[in-house]
Ligand binder design. Sequence first.
Ligand code: MF3
Ligand code: CO
Ligand code: CO
Length: 278
Amino acid sequence: MIFAKRSNAIQIKSARELDGMRRAGRLASRCLEEILREVRPGVTTQDLDDLQVQFCRDHGVKAAPLGYRGFPKSICTSVNEVICHGIPSRDHRLAEGDIIGVDVTLIVDGFHGDNAATVAVGEVDESAARLLRATVESLRKAIEAVRPGGHLGDIGAAIQAHAEPLGYAVVRDFVGHGIGRKFHEEPQVSHVGRAGRGPRLLPGMTFTIEPMINAGTWECHVLDDGWTAVTADGQLSAQFEHTIAVTRDGVELLTVQNDSGTWEVPGRYALPCSPPLC
Ligand code: MF3
Ligand code: CO
Ligand code: CO
């Protein structure tokens, strides 16, 4: 995310609000999965956006990105060296060997559910497959680090501890975010950090964790369209995102389609590995 206000305190959601967040998260997860199922060589990124528009019509919900700070489309599609905020286009046809990150945020009865996954287009080479696995595992480790009484810095520390020894870099310029009735709330959730540092995590906090992991440098720049963030060295980048809630005894994933709030990988259909590996 981008530009969260620093002024507001971190909200604690009520049981009712958490129910709303669960419903939004569940539908956002289903939407992401349906879009990912259609990823294949020859499909355009606009085709994927069209699916989102149709899904929103079918379910009577809204896509949060459309018009958000002027964003022109309903999902973000980030191919290969694009880190995040890629804009769907009729001119961009996916090719065998690409990787594509799809980021879906729905507004359901006033609550936001935000999730993303990066998947292979057809067969990808082993280095791309390794990056996808490392990124999804970074998110899993980050989620496992969340507990009441812990600290926000535990999250970034867990991501760095997984990704950096594998030779990857963690993006600094974009962060996760508190989420609820607003798309982007306090706190900013850095994907780098030090365990035991930062604000305390408390039951009822809801936020996203959305690590972007680069094969080369973490540095990036934004294209002239004002949105598309690309790696400075042109190497691959991958991202996974879940919306989560801190609970009394740990963490609940909100962007899943099971009742238990436990780990499910969006896009497992298209990942170049199968559960439990990814
Ligand atoms: N869904 C993105 C996030 O994870 C934000 C997209 S902002 C948009 O925070 F304007 F590009 F849609
Ligand atoms: Co987000
Ligand atoms: Co998102």
